[in-house]
Ligand binder design. Structure first.
Ligand SMILES: *Cc1c(COP(=O)(O)O)cnc(C)c1O
Length: 389
């Protein structure tokens, strides 16, 4: 935009990545579909003198989204990837080489763990899983060849908040990079690079897409890591099409208002659930008695609508009876869309056991009316109880 930098991030969301002048005044950058880019002559070709060189390397729709992400993240470079998981694996490939050691949060997204155990291992990169609440104590886990610390905060399914500044201080003192899967908070509620993260990872599929119809991820890098990110992306052939970038840009415009509502509704549901006799505890750092609340309050400016619930002991069949009869909650993977979801959570830990009194479920609070969601959950918990009794 021609005017100065917007002071407020919500204002920024409606202005980022727009180049109306280049598109006849059209507010949104249109969808470009391109493989070949034509050059006017050989001299221009030799001088790499066109704004775009080849479809895989970008087009105006792709660049609009990249520009918006860079501004939002305060990043030097942002590369788009075909899924959130490919953003996770790409960031690890950028940071690690054969013979290196990686420290991985024990609470990481399941497929992130599978990549470390099945693929990274074959390339000679060793992974050690660490307790997500370790903070500065992570220093004790460093080997001379530790090159990266991968964080995810709050953690998948169990929602532990990590002390990112403490971890970053230890990692940087030892020459290791800090990677963060920041999908839960989005850059809006946790500006990762400002807190010492080198490579900030986002599953755009979730809240930026926001409408359950886009698969995408990105990695945003600070100045030190931007060249390696650019090299990796440019040489590995990864590509995201303009149609999906258009949808992601559209989602970005309403990210702040959606997140506000997701957080409000999740907080209402979480507070209601924690007092229910069928519930042991709720895993949501927004709640003042959550073990991660203080860190969340210190570092985050908001939350999203995703949280966990530890039930009192109940059979698998009772939990299924509860979930199967829900009318406003879908049963499905993913989250971050406008719709509410509820799934049983399968927690895998290798560094430190996650102690749960009973089965764990994961709830995504969508944009529906909270009272309808509560009524649905109330009927569900009644089914759970009658099944158990
Ligand atoms: C969903 C998710 C991913 C992966 O995103 P996809 O687009 O589904 O590949 C990565 N990290 C976290 C924390 C997620 O929840």
């Amino acid at each position: 935009m021609a005017s100065g930098k917007p002071e407020n991030r919500e204002t920024a969301l409606s202005q980022l990545g727009r180049e109306s002048k280049a598109h006849f005044g059209v507010v949104n950058t249109p969808v470009y579909r391109a493989s070949t880019i034509l050059y006017p002559d050989v001299a221009t070709l030799d001088a790499h003198g066109m704004p775009f060189s080849y479809g895989r390397r970008g087009n105006p729709t792709i660049r609009s989204l990249q520009d918006a992400i860079c501004a939002l993240e305060g990043a030097t470079q942002a590369m788009l990837l075909p899924s959130g998981l490919s953003a996770v694996t790409s960031a690890i490939m950028v940071a690690c080489s054969a013979g290196d050691h990686l420290l991985m949060a024990d609470s990481c997204y399941g497929p992130t763990r599978s990549f470390c155990d099945k693929v990274l291992r074959r390339f000679g990169v060793k992974t050690t899983y660490y307790d997500p609440r370790i903070g500065a104590g992570i220093a004790a886990l460093f080997w001379p060849n530790t090159k990266a610390v991968f964080c995810e905060s709050p953690g998948s399914l169990t929602f532990e908040v990590q002390d990112i500044p403490a971890i970053a201080e230890v990692a940087h003192a030892r020459g290791a990079a800090v990677l963060l899967d920041n999908t839960w908070a989005t850059p809006l509620h946790f500006p990762a690079l400002k807190y010492g993260v080198d490579l900030s990872i986002q599953a755009v599929t979730k809240y930026i897409g926001g409408h359950a119809d886009v698969m995408m991820g990105y990695v945003a890098a600070n100045e030190a890591w931007a060249p390696r990110l650019l090299d990796y992306h440019g040489t590995s052939g990864l590509y995201v099409c303009g149609d999906d970038c258009y949808l992601a840009l559209r989602g970005l415009r309403t990210l702040a208002v959606r997140l506000k509502r997701h957080q409000e509704t999740a907080t209402i549901l979480a507070n209601w659930l924690k007092d229910r006799p069928e519930v042991s505890r709720v895993l949501y750092p927004v709640l003042p008695d959550d073990p991660g609340h203080e860190l969340w309050k210190r570092d985050f400016s908001g939350a999203c609508g995703l949280f966990g619930v530890v039930l009192k002991p109940a059979s698998k069949a009772a939990v299924a009876a509860m979930i199967d009869g829900l009318t406003h909650f879908g049963i499905g993977h993913s989250w971050g869309g406008f719709e509410s979801l509820l799934v049983p959570a399968d927690i895998l830990r290798t560094a430190k056991k996650f102690e749960a009194e009973g089965p764990v479920i994961r709830i995504h609070a969508g944009l529906e009316a909270p009272e309808d969601l509560i009524a649905d959950l109330e009927r569900g918990l009644h089914r759970l109880r009658s099944h158990t009794a």
